[in-house]
Ligand binder design. Structure first.
Ligand SMILES: [Zn+2]
Length: 293
């Protein structure tokens, strides 16, 4: 996948070009009826063209961002804090950087409860998104959700109390809440806990309108095996016993199972592959990546 493909994804290009052409053709009918002249038909491609220019301005904005050099303080954060980025070759790093730059230009990340969101946190959140979508050129992050950053973990009343345990949260349609401290901790160790990956995995799950552990945009032939896999692993995590591939929080429900599995897939891929090769293979297929390879 090239950088160009990310700037203007093939599917989006096809959709917008087809709609512009269709609009041009459809516009001919009222133009002929109203103006009763053939030269007036030249208006039709103008209408189609205007539609195309308006509907694709997001991609021209992306092209301008892609043309700018990637800020070196952001690259320093990636090098210091993101093992996934360090593991990429010279060809893939610019593509990852572009994903980070596009995410930061299109998503609103705001501090709350006194948090001043520093650049490191912003880059780490964007890097999490870039990791998830790295093998998925057509994936588009919904930019309607705000990403709200709290200084530390919060409780179920969204308070920063001493015994607060919640490092992140995302509602079906609402904002993504993240604890700044925990976003950073998530990248400090490769221990299967990474709150930014976890919450963004929920966003992928919820993108089809359901919190069912079945991520959006999945190939339809893979849907039935996914449903079976998720319900089977949910049962195995709940039974505990010898199943150690995922931490126990995965047993909460289908959505948490998927989010915890995604953390394990990116943070400890070799261990997940060894302990549950089928789950690893399903995730590798969906994300179109093989982090253990
Ligand atoms: Zn969760």
């Amino acid at each position: 996948m090239s950088r160009d493909h990310r700037v203007f994804p093939k599917r989006a290009a096809l959709v917008h070009r087809s709609l512009a052409l269709l609009l041009t053709l459809v516009a001919c009918i009222p133009i002929v009826l109203v103006f009763e002249s053939v030269p007036a038909l030249l208006l039709a491609p103008v209408i189609g063209g205007v539609y195309y220019l308006v509907s694709t301005r997001r991609y021209r904005r992306r092209a301008r961002i892609a043309a700018r050099p990637f800020p070196s303080p952001w690259r320093d954060v990636l090098l210091r804090r993101v093992p996934f980025y360090r593991g990429l070759g010279e060809v893939d790093r610019p593509r990852f950087e572009l994903d980070v730059a596009l995410f930061l230009s299109e998503q609103r990340i705001i501090g709350d409860h006194g948090a001043t969101v520093d650049d490191e946190t912003r880059v780490l959140i964007a890097a999490s998104a870039a990791m998830l979508a790295f093998g998925m050129p057509e994936w588009e992050w919904d930019d309607l959700r705000d990403i709200v950053v709290y200084p530390r973990a919060f409780d179920d009343g969204y308070r920063q109390s001493h015994d607060a345990q919640i490092a992140g949260m995302v509602h079906h349609q609402g904002p993504i809440l993240l604890s700044q401290r925990d976003v950073k901790l998530g990248f400090a160790k490769q221990d299967g806990h990474n709150v930014a990956l976890h919450e963004l995995a929920h966003v992928m799950d919820f993108a089809d309108g359901r919190a069912d552990g079945i991520p959006a945009d999945i190939d339809w032939v893979a849907t039935a095996p996914w449903i079976e896999l998720v319900s089977n692993r949910l049962e195995r995590v709940r039974r505990a016993g010898k199943y150690r591939a995922l931490r126990s929080y995965a047993g909460t429900n289908e959505a948490e199972l998927f989010a915890v599995a995604v953390e394990a897939f990116f943070e400890r891929p070799a261990a997940l592959k060894e302990r549950d090769p089928d789950l690893y293979a399903a995730l590798a297929d969906y994300f179109n990546q093989d982090p253990a390879g």
